[in-house]
Design a protein around this ligand. Sequence first.
Ligand SMILES: Nc1ncnc2c1ncn2[C@@H]1O[C@H](COP(=O)(O)OP(=O)(O)OP(=O)(O)O)[C@@H](O)[C@H]1O
Length: 451
Amino acid sequence: MASVLPVLAKATVLIVDDDPDVLLALAVLLQPLVSQVTTEKNPERMPTLLRQMRFDVVLLDMNYQRARNTGNEGFYWLAQLRQLAPSTAVVLMTAYGDIDLAVRALKEGARDFVVKPWRNEKLVAALTEALGRTSGTGATPTQSASGTAALIGESDAMQAVRYKLEKIAATDANVLILGENGTGKDVVARLLHHLSPRAAAPFVAVDLGAVTESLFESELFGHLKGAFTDARQDRPGRFEAAQGGTLFLDEIGNLPLPQQVKLLAVLQNRQVTRLGSNAPVPIDVRVVSATNAPLYQLAAEDRFRKDLVYRLNTIEITLPPLRERGDDVELLAHYFTAHYAEKYRKADLTLTPSALGRLRAHPFPGNVRELQHTLERAVIMAESVTLRAEDLLFSALESTVPVAAPLRLDELEKSAIQRVIDKYQGNISQAARELGITRMALYRRLGKHNI
Ligand SMILES: Nc1ncnc2c1ncn2[C@@H]1O[C@H](COP(=O)(O)OP(=O)(O)OP(=O)(O)O)[C@@H](O)[C@H]1O
């Protein structure tokens, strides 16, 4: 847990419960761990408190002795909170270990759920996780107020990624993130920074695919006034801008060889020299880079410098494609549906089993980004309170799976089944007919391949 504590240390927490003993116990537990704790006995005062100051997280009791006492009171206050402070995370507490209540709470925007009597360690973990997942109002649905997105996914592969991430966040090791388009490389880079001791310093991202060769040096290393025609004033480069923090070099695989040499020199010497200057500036940045290009293949073909790869990949994280993450598709689908339903004011919108079947069968060449866009489109277009398979339109832009054709027999079988299921939008009878097997045989294979 040590590596995630910096997130908590900066947090402002509001605890609302009508039991003074609970308030006291929680305040004693949390005061040493967070930046500020406010306790409140009367939920009616919450709106005033929320207007007075911003809380990163509210720990809200579901069951109150007096007033409405319908059991729904917690949901009422949750809804109020979501409206008054949409970027504040809410963790609910209840005396009842009711799974339906928990599911409903999460659907209605709570980040987590703690059952009383709580275990201190679990409660702290729930708060930390909730802070990582705070839903923001910005461009991406999983972004927190601090600009950090949560990494949603409980598949073995994603749990392994999260474990690695938390372990290495505290170190200064350079990290290379590999993975197809839309697998969450950017999310991981930001999370690495956010969980690191550098979190208070800048996170600077550069899309190397978008930096022209001629501007590469001035963009990364900076320039002095007059160094070239358009250099009207001194300007620090991205390395200097990231001083003390993290520099995220995205699309590193697109970097041409001459620029690779310059980057390597900076990483080796740990100093940059602005264009037009001869005074090197020492730099203290952690470099996180990412690419969807086959970097090792490029290195083997001498199109990417091996010595630069070794500088960048002290630690490597490979993000699996979404189609290999099993149940995460469903988890993310529910998450994005709830998010966009809230954003477009279509409360209570749910995914039907047919829609979920279709999502599970789709290969998602565009990965999480494609799933996110598909659901956003579907939510916008939805005319009823359910999303059905036919409401999901996959982008033609992403119609092919960008991986080398599988050569193992079972992989070939899985990809053939996936394609046919997708073609018939999850209709098992039609898919089985096309594959030339019985429906039972197809069901068995769906189970075998976890489709
Ligand atoms: N595990 C995840 N949980 C929640 N949201 C995710 C996850 N992975 C990706 N996303 C969301 O999907 C979108 C694409 O993710 P991101 O930009 O990190 O992918 P990428 O691998 O960097 O893509 P590219 O290679 O195209 O740059 C973003 O909106 C991001 O917030």
